[in-house]
Each structure stands twice: as structure tokens, then as C-alpha cells.
Design a protein around this ligand. Structure first.
Ligand SMILES: *[C@@H]1O[C@H](CO)[C@@H](O)[C@H](O)[C@H]1NC(C)=O
Ligand SMILES: *[C@@H]1O[C@H](CO)[C@@H](O)[C@H](O)[C@H]1NC(C)=O
Ligand SMILES: *[C@@H]1O[C@H](CO)[C@@H](O)[C@H](O)[C@H]1NC(C)=O
Ligand SMILES: *[C@@H]1O[C@H](CO)[C@@H](O)[C@H](O)[C@H]1NC(C)=O
Ligand SMILES: *[C@@H]1O[C@H](CO)[C@@H](O)[C@H](O)[C@H]1NC(C)=O
Ligand SMILES: [Zn+2]
Length: 943
């Protein structure tokens, strides 16, 4: 029980106080009074592990520690190992007595009561011996993995994934991020293998009985979750170093050696971009950087200090066979992990409540530091950030159960849940808002440097960041009388974000706010930095410095702004984390502008308008001065006819995907919508023809993949016939499909196949032959597009067939390809679950998520029986039965919701076709010709 609770302090304050040592003892947290200083970890891995006959390792770990207050007579730490023995000594010399330790299997906390209180002036040593089995299924902790090598033999490797709570699976430790200590690791393993850990090798013994022992140099002070070791048959490539004597290497299975080139090339310049930004050299704290591709890996990548691990698709790039989207993704993932070397590794969030202090920055600089790197300089990464991060963050943040950036987590499950779209995407978006709206790039980086240098090798809470940013905030940038901490805590401690409502009142506009939610209500209000652009001055879009603030509990009048202006658009370049809704007069003016000359509105604001409109329609927003229906949305979208830019289309297609998932691609209304959209896509389609491929142009190629992919999915005739042609060329003559088109060609050819058995078997045989992970995923995704239930069920069956070669890490991808590909796929997945429930449940621990994810693609009444079958399935686990029941209710809700949606679409398209003059979309069409000439002038000024 917590002492302060008796004083009736508010719960929130209590939560803050509990961070301080000694104040409270929380069941899932260590006491805070025992502080590890250094670890010596020695692990032995027997030969049998590398031939598949053994699955255990043994360990010996010494921990030097001290206590930080008097009267401490128990030591608590984590472990998840077996057969533990423990000794306690003063300075690793004089043994001292302790009572019988206890172990809690839920919290994984091991408690060692001492006979007498420990002295604050003494350094103590705990020595553990233990053994453990490698994890084989979960890809966490210390785990083993296998793959087929270049000689078609099975090779084994052992590797680690410790974040957030798995270091304790390899050695007993204080497994919380705030406990930093040095680590001296040594490994005993069969000679001839490559063994890597965080720091450089110190020495390796001569082989004895086939075993060698490698000692690594002691690391700098770091958190347990960043420790790593990997033993494999891998090889490495190196070229440029990061700095004098700071080695950069890229490692993988030997067969992939030629595909490391991109990572080898881009790694050092990326890390140097970060060094010059942060003003701290990477090499000051870790003497080398190895990046390594692991065949079976659960996360995308992991920032172990000096030994970063990746999925193969996150690191390896074949110039000949890997699509250009992977190239961008690899650069961004590397930049993300490298950012962690500062945000996360050097300065660490004190506890997972503040995961966004690590992940938000990594997500942020993966774009904005990468954008400064020579190789990526014209990739427009700062624009990609908006559609990929800000818009997805807004969506994730639009439900009542979205967590706040700072939110409590204790159990392992709660901690995992903190690695969410909110912590990453919203965290990054809030940093973007601070930088662009409040501080400006120069001031922001000064604040960031102070934060990093002030907290080097320490752990932090958000207040530590605010206090270092605050001195650099220009006086004019905050609301009157309000400090930075108040503004930022408002965003960080509350979930959600506002929709700013803009109403015309004569020549004034009046701004007010409410929390934006797809459904439900909440009264939270925010400090909203307002920026805006008026129709007479479209150069203002580029100015993202806050102009005025909308304050909780108040409205705001912008006096006279509409004198000589017919529209106003808020949130320049969508730099602030909020949506904007206008009254119907203002919306009409914006729509008219989009139709007459959309180029007068900044491309990122066009993307914003589309994303906002889609979400308003989805929420059915109706706040008195405008009511959002899908017909209303479509009147906004109709301008897309003129749009040939990537970002607005990205936002539009994100919206279409949701819409079509709800009404079905093959429903009557789905077809109406698709035909309408194909008409609107004609111009953009012409800018990225099938036969103009240009992989040296990243932005062009991204747009080409995006647009052609959708055109094919919508069944556009030329797209389909060209895809089938290219596929036939591959199948019959062995002519490879151009790498950037493969994804859509495989999928389209399978979806529209004239001979499913032949085409499916052909592609499946290619799966068996290829070893390149990006190509494997492209093939697996193409196979999922097959339009035949029996074939798809056979395909799903292969995820359970150990000899088929589908990797554990790709299990859920294959399922997702199938159930998201269309009605046939959704039905096949649900039927497969019912028919093979026992086998599936034995093989896969998360059947429930398969049920709810697949059922989320139901849009038609005749599909409900598939879920009912699961509800009534004999032998189904209670938890899965409950999941199926919930899925059924939710599917029924969606179907009835989609009815209105379908009505809207019919109505809009009927009006559109009749060229009916009383409705938004059509009116604008006819008047647009007149307006174009006027706005051409404006366009010339802007661009
Ligand atoms: C282990 O810890 C959990 C969480 O504090 C607690 O609910 C449970 O009773 C503990 N188990 C034992 C055996 O003490
Ligand atoms: C723990 O010790 C027991 C008895 O010696 C042994 O049977 C068991 O395999 C050991 N467990 C591990 C994981 O090594
Ligand atoms: C690899 O070995 C498996 C059996 O382990 C065999 O079925 C397959 O045909 C072999 N592949 C190649 C390319 O040799
Ligand atoms: C190898 O390195 C370890 C520490 O990293 C050291 O204790 C040991 O003495 C070294 N052994 C030799 C033979 O140099
Ligand atoms: C960090 O900042 C605090 C307060 O501004 C100051 O007292 C402290 O000395 C600084 N520490 C370092 C290591 O710079
Ligand atoms: Zn990360």
C-alpha cells in the first residue's frame, strides 16, 4: 500500500510519485532501491543446438550492485531461467547469508531476502548459475532459428530479441529500462561460427574440444533490453567506416551477400546525418555498428546498441529483383534504428509509460534526418511523413480507447501494447508540431541537443524534455501566459486530438474545437496552434509558424480575414496535429477552388482535405452547420479528376480502401464507386504508364506502384490485360516481370486467371525456388489474390505444413493476404478456421486474432453464416467463442451501417450522371471552366 494514498492525493499525482524510489511498492515493478552497476554474463551454447538435436544453453551471470537507502533487506530482480543457483557476496569476495528466495511466475520477479540490512557503502555481488531452453516459437528472448543455406542444407542460428521484457530469459537482471549498467559478455560456442555482441571482440580462445570462447569488451552503461548476441554461419560486408576506427558492417546469410550493397552504402551517411544533427558522435559510446538480417524475426528491426537486428526485407535489397518501395523502407528502417542510438540507447525512457520518448523520436528522425542524407535527398521524405505518419496517427487516435502518449503500463501485456501507432506515429507527429508550429527547426535542434547532452546515459520522463526545449521557445510562440509544459502536457497526458471548426460570420471566421472521434463523445480540449492561408495569399501555405492559439474552453475569432478572401484553409501543410472542418459556405469555396485550380492549394493541404473529409464522412459528423455523408465526401473527391500528385492520391486511396472494405468491391455500389473512381484516375494514370519504368526516380516509381496497383485492383481493362501478358511471359518464356510491377502483376494475373491451377502452381513453384525475402513476400501476396476457395484453403493449409517453407514470421502475412483479398478470400479463411480449428489452434497461439481480423472484412449478409459456424463450433475454446460472437455482432453492425453508405453512393452518382444542377459535385463541374483562367495566374506565382 502506498503511503501517499492515505493523504488522499489524486490518483494522477500518486502515479507520478510512484516513480520515485521508496514511495510505493508496485507488484510488477522492482523496488527502486537496488541499483545494478555492472554485469558479467557468460553463456555456453552446445554444438547440438546448431545441428537441431539440443535446445538448451547454460549461463553464469555476476551482477555488482549497491543499495540506495538504508534498511534494505531484500533484493528483487527479474529472471525467466531454469535451475538457478545464487550466491551473495561483498565485492565478489566474502559470502554473506540470505534467506530462501521466492519467485513469482507472473511478474517474473525473484526476491532474495537478506539476513541483515544491506549497507549503502558497499558493493555487493550476486552470482547466478542456471540453464534454459531456447525459445523456438516466439522469436523473443534468446531464441533459435533455422533456414536453408546455399547448399540446400538446414543451418541453425541463435539470436536475441530482448525488448521490452525478455533479457531475463537469457540472464537474471534488473529488466527495466531505467537500470543502466555495463555489460561484459562472453560466449562459448562451436568454433568456426560467427559470434557477435554489442561491443567489439576482446579476445577469442583457441579451440578446446571444438569450442571457443569469445570475450567482448565491456560496454558503456546501458539498459538490459539493448543487450544482444548472435551466433551463426553468417558473413559480413563492410566498406565505408562511420568515423576513424568506428566500423560499419552489414551481415546476413552468405547467399544474400550481394544484396547488402544498399545498406552498406547508406548506413554510414545516415549515421553521420544524425551525428551532425545531435552534435554527439556515435563512436563516443560504442566502438562499432553491425547491422544483421535475421531470417525469422518478430519485430521489424531492433536497435540493440552496436548490433542492430532486422528482418531480411528491412536490410537486404536486390537491385535486380526488389521493388523500389523496399529501398525506401530499408533506408527509413535503418534511420529509425540509428536514431535510437541516441533516443533510446544513450537517453532512455525511464519506464514504458513514456515509450514515445524513444519511439516517437525514432519515427520522426527516420524521415527528417534521412531527408538530409545525400542518397535520399530528392525522395520527398518530409512529405511522405504526412500521409504515412500524421494521417495514420490521427486515425488511430480517433477512438475512445486510444491510449494517451503517457499512459500507465505494468504487466508485460500492457507494456507490449505501448509499442503502438500512438507511441510511434502520434509521438512523431507531436514532435513535428512542436518543431514546425512552436519552435522552428533551428531552435528545436538546440533544445534536442541540450536534452541529449544533459541526459546522456540517464533515463528520462517527458518533463526532462520539456525543460530542455523551453529555453529555446520564441516568446511569441506560446499562448499568452501559458508555458510550454502546460501546452505539451495537454497533448501528451490526454488521448485524442481536436477537430477545429471554422464558421464564417460576415468577414470574420470563428474557430471552436471538440475532440474528433469516429464514434462516441469526450470533452477533452487542446491547446491548438493555428496557422492558416487565405485565398488571396497562397504563398502562406509554406509558413507553419503558429499565428494564434485556440485555447481549451474558448472560441477564437479571426477578425476580418474574409475581407477580399473567399476561402480560408487552416493548418498549413498539416503541420499541427488536428483536423479542420468548415461550415458549408466555406467548404463550397474550398471545393470550388479545388475544381478551378487545385494547384492554388498546397499539395499537403490537398492531402489533408481528403483525409479529413474521409474521416468526417466515416464519423457521420453532423455539428449543425454541415452534415457529412459519403455523398458530401464524394463531392470533395470529384476534384481528383485533375489531381496527378502522389500525396492526395495516397490519402484518397487510403480512404477508398476502407470504404471498399465496407461495401465490397463486387457489390453493385462497389462497382459504381470503382467505375467512378477509374474515370477520376484517368489523368493520374496517364502520368505513370506501364512501360515507362524509372527506378532511379524514387518519387515517380512510388506513384507508379500506387496508382497502377489500384487501377488493376479496380479491374481497369488495360491494367489487367498488361498484367496478364507480363505474367504469361514469365510463366511461358521465363521473362522476369519488372521488379516494381511484380506485386501488382502477380496479384492481378492470379485474380483474373483463366487457368487457376496452372497459374497458381507456377507461382507456388517459384516460391519454392526463391530465397530472396522481398520476392518471397511478393509471391505470397500474389498467391493470396487467387479467386478460388479450394485453392486458397490449400494455400492456408501450407502455413501449417512445416515442410512447405512458409516462415513463422510470415504466417500472419499469408493469412492477411488471403482474407483481405476479397469476398472469396475472407470466406476461405473463415471456413478454413472452422474446418481445421484444432490443428490451427495447436500450431498457432493467436487464433482469436485471426478470427476477428478475417471477420472484419465481411461486408455481405451471406457471409455471416461463416462466423456463426465458428460460434457454434464444437470444441472451440471459450475465449475464441467470445471473439467470434463479438465479431458477429460487429459484422452485423457494419453491414447495417454500410447500407446508408451505399445509399449515399447511389444518390451521388445518380446526381452526377444526370448533371443535376442542384447538387454540389455537379455544379462545380460546370462552373470550373470559367474559374480556371482566373487561377492560372495564381498558380504561376506559387510554383
Ligand atoms: C505474483 O504477483 C501477482 C501480481 O502482483 C499477484 O497477483 C500474485 O498473487 C503473485 N503470486 C504469488 C504466488 O505471490
Ligand atoms: C534443470 O535440471 C534438471 C535436473 O538436472 C534437468 O532435468 C533439466 O533438463 C534442467 N533444465 C534445463 C532447462 O536445463
Ligand atoms: C532441397 O532439399 C529438399 C529436401 O530437403 C528437396 O525437396 C528440394 O528439392 C531441394 N531443393 C533444391 C533446389 O535442391
Ligand atoms: C580476454 O578478455 C577478457 C576480458 O574481456 C580478459 O578478462 C581476459 O584476461 C582476456 N584473455 C586473454 C587471454 O587475453
Ligand atoms: C542538466 O540540467 C540540470 C538543470 O538544468 C543541471 O542542473 C545539470 O547540471 C545538467 N546536467 C548535465 C550533465 O549537464
Ligand atoms: Zn523503434
Amino acid at each position: 500500500m502506498c503511503f501517499f494514498f492515505l493523504l488522499k492525493m489524486s490518483l494522477k499525482l500518486l502515479a507520478i510519485l510512484c516513480i520515485a524510489p521508496l514511495v510505493c511498492s508496485q507488484n510488477y515493478r522492482l523496488s527502486g532501491t537496488v541499483e545494478p552497476l555492472s554485469y558479467i554474463v557468460h553463456l555456453s551454447i552446445p554444438t547440438g543446438v546448431f545441428t537441431g538435436v539440443d535446445d538448451t544453453f547454460t549461463g553464469e551471470t555476476k551482477i555488482n550492485f549497491r543499495v540506495t537507502s538504508t534498511n534494505i533487506s531484500e533484493i528483487q530482480l527479474h529472471h525467466r531461467v531454469k535451475n538457478v543457483t545464487v550466491e551473495l557476496a561483498v565485492n565478489d569476495l566474502t559470502m554473506i547469508a540470505f534467506l530462501e528466495p521466492t519467485y513469482n511466475e507472473t511478474t517474473e520477479i525473484y526476491t532474495i531476502p537478506t539476513a541483515t540490512p544491506l549497507s549503502v557503502d558497499t558493493i555487493y555481488t550476486l552470482t547466478f548459475t542456471y540453464s534454459n531452453t531456447f525459445e523456438a516459437k516466439n522469436m523473443e528472448g534468446f531464441y533459435s532459428s533455422k533456414y536453408k543455406n546455399e547448399n540446400n542444407e538446414t543451418s541453425y542460428l541463435v539470436t536475441t530479441q530482448f525488448q521490452p521484457t525478455h533479457a531475463r530469459h537469457a540472464f537474471p537482471c534488473f529488466d527495466e529500462p531505467q537500470y543502466k549498467a555495463t555489460f561484459a559478455v562472453s560466449l562459448t560456442y562451436p568454433s568456426g561460427l560467427l559470434a557477435l555482441s554489442n561491443s567489439l571482440e576482446d579476445n577469442t580462445t583457441e579451440p578446446v574440444d571444438g569450442y571457443v570462447t569469445t570475450h567482448y569488451k565491456e560496454t558503456t552503461r546501458m539498459s538490459t533490453y539493448l543487450v544482444a548476441f548472435i551466433i551463426s554461419e553468417f558473413t559480413c560486408s563492410a566498406q565505408d567506416t562511420i568515423d576513424n576506427n568506428v566500423l560499419h558492417r552489414v551481415c546476413s546469410r552468405q547467399e544474400e551477400a550481394q544484396d547488402r550493397t544498399w545498406a552498406v552504402e547508406v548506413g554510414p551517411p545516415l549515421i553521420r546525418s544524425l551525428e551532425s544533427m545531435f552534435g554527439i558522435k556515435y563512436g563516443s559510446y560504442m566502438p562499432k555498428m553491425d547491422q544483421i538480417a535475421i531470417p525469422d524475426f518478430s519485430a521489424g528491426a531492433m536497435e540493440n546498441w552496436g548490433l542492430v537486428t532486422y528482418r531480411e526485407t528491412g536490410l537486404l535489397f536486390s537491385e535486380e529483383d526488389t521493388a523500389i518501395t523496399y529501398k525506401k523502407n530499408i533506408a527509413l528502417v535503418i534511420a529509425h534504428e540509428f536514431t535510437h542510438m541516441w533516443f533510446g540507447n544513450l537517453v532512455t525512457c525511464k519506464w514504458w509509460d513514456y515509450t514515445f520518448l524513444n519511439e516517437g523520436f525514432a519515427r520522426y528522425y527516420q524521415y527528417f534526418a534521412a531527408a538530409l542524407t545525400k542518397q535520399l535527398i530528392d525522395w520527398e521524405l518530409e512529405k511522405h511523413f504526412n500521409v504515412e505518419q500524421v494521417q495514420s496517427a490521427l486515425l488511430a487516435d480517433s477512438s475512445l480507447n486510444a491510449h494517451a502518449l503517457t499512459s500507465k503500463s505494468e504487466t508485460q501485456r500492457e507494456i507490449s501494447d505501448k509499442f503502438s501507432t500512438i507511441s510511434y506515429n502520434k509521438g512523431a507527429s507531436i514532435y513535428r508540431m512542436i518543431e514546425t508550429n512552436i519552435m522552428g527547426a533551428g531552435n528545436f535542434i538546440y533544445g534536442i541537443r541540450d536534452y541529449l547532452s544533459n541526459n546522456t546515459l540517464q533515463a528520462t520522463v517527458p518533463a526532462d524534455l520539456w525543460s530542455k526545449l523551453a529555453p529555446h521557445v520564441p516568446n511569441t510562440s506560446l499562448p499568452q501566459g501559458i508555458d510550454l509544459t502546460t501546452v505539451l502536457n495537454n497533448w501528451v497526458e490526454h488521448s485524442g486530438h481536436p477537430v477545429v471548426k471554422v464558421a464564417k460570420s460576415g468577414n470574420d471566421v470563428v474557430l471552436s474545437q471538440e475532440r474528433f472521434l469516429l464514434s462516441g463523445n469526450d470533452t477533452t480540449e487542446y491547446y491548438v496552434p493555428i496557422t492558416y492561408t487565405l485565398s488571396s495569399d497562397v504563398t502562406k501555405f509554406s509558413n507553419t509558424t503558429v499565428k494564434t492559439w485556440l485555447i481549451p474552453g474558448q472560441s477564437l475569432t479571426l477578425t476580418g480575414v474574409l475581407t477580399d478572401n473567399n476561402w480560408i484553409i487552416l493548418n498549413n501543410r498539416q503541420s499541427g496535429f488536428y483536423r479542420v472542418d468548415y461550415d458549408s459556405t466555406l467548404w463550397s469555396a474550398i471545393k470550388a477552388q479545388l475544381h478551378s485550380n487545385h494547384l492554388a492549394i498546397d499539395v499537403l493541404n490537398r492531402a489533408q482535405i481528403i483525409s479529413d473529409a474521409y474521416n468526417f464522412a466515416r464519423a457521420g459528423r453532423n455539428d449543425g452547420y454541415g452534415s457529412w455523408t459519403y455523398a458530401e465526401l464524394m463531392s470533395v473527391l470529384s476534384y481528383l479528376e485533375y489531381e496527378v500528385d502522389y500525396y492526395p492520391w495516397y490519402a484518397a486511396i487510403t480512404g477508398h480502401n476502407h470504404l471498399l472494405q465496407r461495401i465490397g468491391y463486387d457489390s453493385e455500389e462497389g462497382q459504381l464507386f470503382i467505375n467512378w473512381m477509374l474515370k477520376l484516375m484517368q489523368n493520374v494514370y496517364k502520368t505513370v504508364p506501364f512501360d515507362v519504368l524509372d527506378s532511379s526516380n524514387q518519387v515517380y516509381s512510388m506513384k507508379q506502384m500506387l496508382i497502377l496497383n489500384r487501377a488493376c485492383k479496380y479491374g481497369e481493362a488495360e491494367c489487367v490485360s498488361k498484367s496478364k501478358e507480363l505474367f504469361a511471359g514469365y510463366r511461358d518464356k521465363g521473362v522476369k516481370v519488372p521488379k516494381n510491377l511484380r506485386n501488382l502483376v502477380y496479384c492481378t494475373a492470379l485474380r483474373h486467371s483463366d487457368n487457376i491451377a496452372t497459374d497458381f502452381n507456377f507461382l507456388w513453384s517459384k516460391f519454392g525456388e526463391t530465397k530472396l525475402m522481398s520476392e518471397i513476400l511478393t509471391i505470397l501476396s500474389g498467391l493470396g489474390c487467387t479467386n478460388d476457395t479450394a485453392t486458397l484453403k490449400w494455400y492456408l493449409g501450407q502455413t501449417l505444413n512445416e515442410t512447405a517453407g512458409i516462415r513463422l514470421q510470415d504466417f500472419t502475412s499469408v493469412w492477411t493476404y488471403v482474407f483481405s483479398s476479397g469476398k472469396v478470400g475472407t470466406n476461405a479463411a473463415l471456413e478454413f478456421i472452422a474446418e481445421n480449428y484444432q490443428t490451427l489452434n495447436d500450431a498457432y497461439s493467436n487464433c482469436g486474432s485471426l478470427i476477428s481480423s478475417a471477420a472484419n472484412y465481411i461486408y455481405d449478409e451471406d457471409q455471416l453464416v461463416k462466423v456463426e459456424a465458428l460460434v457454434n463450433l464444437t470444441g472451440i475454446l471459450d475465449t475464441h467463442k467470445v471473439t467470434a460472437e463479438k465479431a458477429l455482432v460487429s459484422a452485423k453492425d457494419i453491414i447495417s451501417w454500410a447500407k446508408t453508405l451505399k445509399e449515399d453512393i447511389r444518390q451521388f452518382l445518380a446526381d452526377d450522371n444526370n448533371d443535376n444542377t442542384d447538387n454540389s459535385g455537379a455544379v462545380i463541374h460546370t462552373s470550373s471552366v470559367l474559374l480556371i483562367s482566373v487561377f492560372i495566374i495564381v498558380a504561376n506565382i506559387v510554383f
